[in-house]
Every structure is written in structure tokens, then in C-alpha cells.
Design a protein around this ligand. Sequence first.
Ligand SMILES: [Zn+2]
Ligand SMILES: [Zn+2]
Length: 504
Amino acid sequence: MPRHGVSPRHSHPRSGWEQGLDSFLGPPRLLWMGLGLALVLALALPDSLVLWAPAAAHPLPARGHPARFNAIVTQLRNAFGWWNLTCPLCKGLFTAINFGLKKEPNVARVGSVAIKLCKLLKIAPPTVCQSAVQLFEDDMVEVWTRSVLSPSEACGLLLGSTCGHWDIFSSWNISLPATPKPLPKPPSPPAPGAPISRILFLTDLHWDHDYLEGTDPNCADPLCCRRGSGLPPTSQPGAGYWGEYSKCDLPLRTLESLLSGLGPAGPFDMVYWTGDIPAHDVWQQSRQDQLRALTTITALVRKFLGPVPVYPAVGNHESTPVNGFPPPFIEGNHSSRWLYEAMAKAWEPWLPAEALRTLRIGGFYALSPRPGLRLISLNMNFCSRENFWLLINSTDPAGQLQWLVGELQAAEDRGDKVHIIGHIPPGHCLKSWSWNYYRIVARYENTLAGQFFGHTHVDEFEVFYDEETLSRPLAVAFLAPSATTYISLNPVSPPSLQVTASTK
Ligand SMILES: [Zn+2]
Ligand SMILES: [Zn+2]
């Protein structure tokens, strides 16, 4: 490939970057953007892709610049002939692109390319493609123009660090206090007669407001058994009264039945509720839909659990578009304010003022349910590979992990034990987040008495090992199964924990 490519079809020679510029500003640019949007949809629509992604905790430091980026840049430079693009020109070019792209008609143009690609690649049925793109396009263009297409990031990638700095998903470190780590204390069984706490652990309820008995459980949409799913072929049974083992969520009556049947398993001292309240109809959810799910199910939980305190964590399905959780530096209408404010209002009876304050800022909080125990609820969407807002800046979003270290150190100083609850389990996170979390768990192994997550819909656990030899298990995170049957799952009766003497 010549460094200054000249197309034989052109009657007069043009420099390589001019051709590249044409390509980038013309229809291919839309194609790239549309492809990116289609890719995001492919990740968001069939939850199976997300749910069944291989889980791995990350005991080793995440590497900085993935080597594959260098190869991609070289290919791009060769393909587009961008070898003599200067830095100021590059920055001017991306400033212009971003300015143009944010205009309303161009957002719609990117969207129309994405719709075509979504249909062409058969990511979803045409009507789902249409709705999903319209739901995602505005946030996606906002994120791209502030991340991969920002002059500094893009030109840093294309022209090297002298022109800008490409640090999308680059590695980062939180700092641990200078206080030396206490000697590890191997866990020992509680003394006979030690006080016992019973905790109900609820996760992934996924209420479908539009669930309809008798509809097709095998429809073409990403979520079935609902108004709009159509009827099944006459030879096949329709959606059941209580639910269906298919790509279906639950009607309200099933969740009512679940909560009203808890009696024999109780009484409970408190409830850990690790998120994902709405259904999987992620292509059409409005903010009103999500808020209706939040308030309806919160009221249901309160009705059946009465005075028992409930401690919730924020799931990836609470927002819309799904997985979209901008860190607090994003302000205005794109921010998560609409959601966190509603959560603070709905959960006010259960949470103290200080917890409500951080919940409003970043969707996480800490409180002391009883003397000697600190409970920390993390917003794991800030670790998520599917949270596209982290393209802008993935470094300890909202300062949450640094805050966690402060909480754990204070608990260690007081001699308290700590439970962590969250939605997405740490083995499913971006590498740097996961690695930092692993370091924190290892540092505070004597203080951290339990970790509880959901999201995978499966009854499983993740084990943490010591960093030096990776052979001594030092902590475990319990992942509870879902209440919903999505996808084709058989949920167990609500799991509960019996915590004995681990809380001082
Ligand atoms: Zn879920
Ligand atoms: Zn989830």
C-alpha cells in the first residue's frame, strides 16, 4: 500500500488524506456510525449475549493500550491514506465532524443507517430495529462526539501522543491508604448460640406490565408472552397464567404470589434487593415506563414485607436506554437525575439521609443496619462493559471505588464488618474496574464479611484469591438466581441467607 495512495479512477492525483476525508465525511462516515449503533443494539437487545458472556474475575492488572488498537490504526492509516494528515488539520476535522453530527437531521441520518443495518443483519424484527434505534441514537451520538470522535482522542489515536491522548478504557488505579493490612484471619465457625440474622435476598424481578396469558411465547421479538406478541400456532400452547419458560418476564400476580408466600421462610431482619425491576422490552421503554416499574414494585415489596427494612441496589435495566448510566459529570437532560431522584423518593422509608444524599448523586450508598455491620450498596453500572457512557471516561466513575476504600478503612478502624450488595457481579466488569475491586477485596479481607450480586439470573458464586499466589481463597461473592423466567429459566423460591455471628 503506497503511503500516498492515488486512486486510478481519479483523473488528477489527490493526496491520501483528502480521499480519506471524503470517505469520512461522506456516506461511509454514516456507515461507521450506523454500524457502531447497530453494534450497541446487538449487545442490548438479546440479553442472552450479555447474560451469558464468559465471566472472569481479573486478579491481574489490566494492560493499558490494547495492542490490537495499534494494528487497527495502522490499517486505518493505510486504508484511508492518512499518513500526511497534520495534527491541527486532524483536530479541525473532528471539531467540524462533531459540530455537524450533533445537529438534529444528522442524528436522524445516523439512525436511519443503523436501522438499515439492524434489519440487514437481522439483529431484530424491523419494528424493533426502528424503535430501538430511535431510543438509543440521541445518547449514542452524544457519547461518540464526546469520546471516540473527540478531537483529542481521535487524533491521539490516529497521529500518536504528540497530537492527543487516546485513553478510551485505559487502565487506572485507585489508591489504598498507607495503613498496613492486618494479618489475615482465617474464617472460623461461629460460637454455639451466637446471634443469627435472617436476610431475604431478592434480585432480577423483571415485571412485565404487558404480560398476557395465551400469547405466543416464541414470538420474533426479544421479549414475548405479551401484548403485541401475537397468538401461538394452534399446535403450540400460549403463555401460561403465572409465567412461561421462554423469553418472557413475569406478570404482577406472580410477583405478588412470590412476596405473599414468604411467610414460612421468615421472619426476616432485612432484605437485600439487587435490582433489575423492569421487563426486557428494552427497545421501547420510556422514562415513565421505568418509573412506573420502580414505584409499583417498591410499593409491592413494602406491602408484603411491612416494616422490614429493604436495601436496594441499582440494576442495569432500571434506566433507559438500558445500560445507560452517565457518571455524575454529565448534567442536564442526559443525566441520571430523573432516575436517582425517583429512587430516593421511593426508598426514603428505608434509607437514612446520608444514604439518600449519595444515592441522588451516583446511585450508591452506605449505612449501618445494626451496630457492628456496615452495608454498602454499589452502583455496578459504573463498572459495566455495556454502559456506553463510560467511553467518555471510565476512570473510577463517580469516584465510587475510592469512596468504597474510605468506607472500608473506616469500618476496619471501628472494628465493624461490611456487606457489599450490587447488581452486576465484579467478574463481569471492565478490566480496570474489576482489577481495582479485586485489590480492595484482598486488602480488606478481614473486614468484608459478604458480597451479594444478581444480573446473571443464575445461582452461582465468584471466588477471590490472594494476589500473591492466587491460590488462597479469601472472599466469595454470592450471585442469586432471578425471580423472572427470562430466558427459559426455572427460578427457585426466593433465596434467603442466614448470617451467623459474622456481624460481631
Ligand atoms: Zn436481570
Ligand atoms: Zn441485569
